[in-house]
Design a protein around this ligand. Sequence first.
Ligand code: ADP
Length: 622
Amino acid sequence: MNKKVRFFHSIHFKIALVFALLLLITFQIVGAIFVRQLKNDNLKSFKQRVELSTYVENSLIVALSRTDTEGANTKIKNILDDINNANIQEVQVIDAKGTIRGGDSDVNSRSLIGQKTTNSAVKGVLYTGRTYTETTYNRNDNKRYYISITPLLNVSSNNNAVVGAIYTRADMASVYDSVNNVVVIFASASLIAIVIGMVLAIIVSSSITKPIEEMKRQTARIARGDYSGHVHQYGNDELGQLAQAVNNLSIRVEETQELSESERRRLDSVLSHMSDGVIATDRRGGITIVNDMAMNYLDISEGEVLGKSILDILDIRNQYTLRDLLEKQDEVVLDISGEKDLILNAYFSVIQRESGFISGIVCVLHDVTEQQKIDRERKQFVSNVSHELRTPLTSMRSYIEALNDGAWRDEKVAPEFLKVTQDETDRMIRMINDLLSLSRMDSGTVKLDLELVNINGLVNYILDRFDMMLKKDKIDTRDIKTKNYTIKRNFTKRDLWVELDTDKFIQVVDNIMNNAIKYSPDGGVITCRLLETHNNVILSISDQGLGIPKKDLGHVFDRFFRVDKARSRAQGGTGLGLAISKEVIELHHGRIWVDSVEGKGSTFYISLPYEEYSEEDLWDEN
Ligand code: ADP
């Protein structure tokens, strides 16, 4: 991301180059105009310098007008000798006929006197009467020459007749030398200026690029998520303001980032603490978010579901398409009966932007297993109650019908029939009383009348009652149904004081003892043990009776459950005794459970929370 800028691409180089080019062009233009102007001026003054004066010209005209050639030539020579012009290299005087009449001190020119000129330009001037000038370059001596051919006009004659011409050749070295000097000065000055300019440009550009470089680094840091840096503000110019803006931006981005981070954390914690499962998907149904509860329900891990289709993960591809979920958003019931035996309701809703664009689906999984179980149990209960009441009622009805049909007259049968109806009525009343106390406990209105009781004494008291019943029954030999049994007590020596509701506790122990007698053969031994563990008192009652089949062990505390319905009913059982016992013990924060071997006997255990009290504590309380 943080690429190094190559030097030729850098602002440094560009600014320096622009500076240098600007200076170069400026110097070029200024130099060109200046040199040209200088050259023209020099040339002009040079021309003036090499021009022969009017006096010389007039003298030459006069000399050429003489008829004696010899005298004229001498005169011309004298005139030419008088010309003292250092710039003029060569002078020739040519008469109207094209004969060279005079030359300067040049030997070569002098030998030419009297000869016809071969110079076509001279001939032209003689012919046209117009001045001719020319700049030539001589390769032999590497010099520029200015050649001027001026016609000599006899002004006194009527038609301005051409009487001859003067040919002058002047060395232009003086003109070009000074121009060349100026060019050299100019070139070196511009070179120095360009170097200084480039140095300045680099200084200026570094003052621009340094803050830019800093801002570049800071923005790169922001992009990486590091907001700690701060760009130094060098001034209040545009760059300073930009630096300020970058600093503000970094603060704003950090604030926004923190806000969205805390928002995300909040959402995360909401999602992970929700008791419902949540799955969110993208537009195509690919899972993007899944919370702990959903993973728990579906027995999946985050890694294996992210990106997969929600239809596959919920295993509903055969029943629904993604479009169905988007359009209907109905409640879908998933029965995940596997190891977990879960029933989930899945509610779908669409995540939609304001523009109407659908960006995904959210699925909320709600565990309704318990609800459904309660529903099932309630229905089961109602059907059980109706069934339990119908059976005694139907049998009573048949006995009453029989009595009604005349059996009441039969002295032997009638009392027996009436006894059965009375027994059934009693059983129904017992059952309804049991149901009422269960319903009271369910609604939570039952209050325990707690007192600190010596449980050894209490259990002894209950068992004594059963022993008494046995003795009484033995005396009253008419009751043939009475069973024989022996009660063995195996108690800890220590006195255990427990807080409990005496009446309700007696009811529980009575029920277990009655069952032990009911479901035992005649002459069985019932063993009661009382012991303490670290913080529990455990009472166990074992019999040598029928025992309970293993599969039913978990159900004996359920309402209306009986291993053998007919037998229990025949014994006057309601199937609610153990259910009530369980509720009572749980109200005491205790536990009740059973161990049994079918055919050998059962042991019922009651465990109650126990706190050791010293004798002193007890006395203090009293
Ligand atoms: P019931 O009024 O039928 O005795 P309970 O709730 O007291 O109702 O007992 C439920 C069922 O548990 C009984 O019907 C019986 O099948 C079984 N059960 C209870 N105690 C014993 C026991 N000591 N030996 C064998 N089965 C027992």
